[in-house]
Design a protein around this ligand. Structure first.
Ligand SMILES: Cc1cc2nc3c(=O)[nH]c(=O)nc-3n(C[C@H](O)[C@H](O)[C@H](O)COP(=O)(O)O)c2cc1C
Length: 378
């Protein structure tokens, strides 16, 4: 088992695309959140961490979320946990316990446990509750799991509680901050809960920095999951446009079994980008740019079809490019390469596809290009 794990780490090293800051304490803020309450606390924790100027925070989810507030956040892999200098864990309270999403993620950490990968790493916990019923049981439950990993659990004690407005219920606990989201007497997290979350983050960063200073240098870079296509988009500064609204009685995409069908034209910010016929109103360079706009629309719709988690894309099956050209035009393939190259740039081998290109005497709404795409998804 150990051997397999070591080989796996080696593969990760070879595939590394993002190196963590070497001279700083890299701290993961790992959360599950359904309605965003835990995320709100996570942002305060991260603010506290970053107030220590030698610490960097990375907020990541344990699983993809379709909540618009959380949709763009990266999803952590189990394998990357061992590469941080500390982890702040956040979860909603579910029946006096950690949430199912967090529990599922932790249940996948057996290989890390067997290999002592988290031993001696500092951890701290925070939770978003409803009424607060069983919140300390839940925090304690969090500690139980992390103790089995041998993590160094960093508590809050009564740090900062003298600053709390005692006239309203607050989610302070000696184990970690909570917020009581369903108590609507004030906006939640309350000012006091936010304050304690930030203090928790700052104190946690201090502990992580101190422990880092006495531990051997971790030269394991953070792995960017090569399948995490949303992260790849971010790294390449590729911004997906808003999903274009259908202009007729049809859906932006249809999923049938594991296949997703998408058709798009060169709509950008509500207008057609470089409209017209190639060789008359537009030139090849302009049509190529319109093709890129069209393919980005396709990927934006695809992103919606997989609930904001492009790692669920198994492959691009086929692209069909239709171009508004004169009858004697023959270089459709050159134009379409813009879309194909973009697809491979984002999805790697999974972006390689079968392809058809053809010319048309007109395309709806004056677009110079239309792309039909078929993707296989999980
Ligand atoms: C299955 C389930 C069980 C819950 N159990 C509790 C509980 O025992 N105590 C409590 O205070 N809130 C409980 N809640 C409420 C959530 O903890 C609360 O809505 C929390 O703010 C959600 O966090 P989020 O906004 O990050 O998703 C429960 C919610 C669900 C869905």
């Amino acid at each position: 088992m150990k051997k397999i794990y070591s080989i796996f780490i080696l593969i990760l090293l070879f595939n590394t695309t993002q190196i963590m800051a070497q001279d700083k304490a890299n701290i993961l803020v790992l959360i599950h959140s359904d309605n965003g309450g835990t995320y709100k606390l996570a942002k305060e924790i991260a603010k506290g961490i970053e107030s220590e100027n030698k610490a960097i925070s990375y907020i990541k989810l344990v699983k993809p979320s379709s909540n618009p507030e959380l949709k763009g956040l990266p999803v952590a892999t189990v394998e990357e946990l061992g590469t941080y200098d500390g982890i702040a864990f956040g979860s909603p309270v579910y029946f006096g316990n950690i949430s199912t999403g967090m529990s599922e993620f932790l249940s996948k950490t057996v290989a890390l446990w067997t290999n002592h990968a988290l031993e001696g790493m500092p951890a701290t916990v925070f939770m978003s509750a409803g009424s607060g019923a069983g919140k300390e049981l839940a925090l304690q439950a969090f500690w139980n799991s992390l103790s089995v990993h041998g993590m160094v659990l960093v508590s809050n004690g009564i740090r900062g509680t003298e600053e709390l407005n005692k006239a309203i219920p607050q989610g302070n606990s000696v184990l970690g901050i909570t917020s009581m989201a369903s108590l609507k007497d004030v906006e939640r997290p309350s000012k006091g809960e936010r304050y304690l979350a930030e203090l928790q983050g700052r104190n946690f960063a201090k502990v992580a920095l101190a422990l880092r200073a006495i531990q051997p240098e971790k030269n394991i870079p953070v792995m960017e999951n090569p399948e995490n296509f949303n992260e790849i988009l971010k790294r390449k500064n590729i911004i997906l446009p808003q999903v274009p609204k259908p202009a007729g009685n049809y859906q932006p995409f249809v999923r049938s079994g594991n296949l997703v069908f998408i058709n798009q034209v060169a709509l950008k910010d509500g207008k057609i980008f470089y409209p017209g016929k190639l060789g008359i109103e537009v030139n090849e360079q302009q049509v190529k740019e319109a093709t890129k706009v069209t393919m980005l629309n396709v990927i934006s719709v695809l992103n919606e079809a997989v609930g904001g988690d492009l790692s669920r894309v198994k492959r691009c099956v086929q692209l069909t490019g239709i171009f508004n050209t004169k009858d004697d035009y023959t270089k459709h393939a050159d134009l379409m390469n813009t879309a194909s190259d973009l697809t491979v740039e984002i999805f790697g081998d999974k972006g390689k596809h079968a392809r058809a290109t053809l010319g048309a005497s007109s395309i709806p709404v004056g677009s110079s290009v239309e792309i039909q795409a078929i993707f296989e998804v999980e």
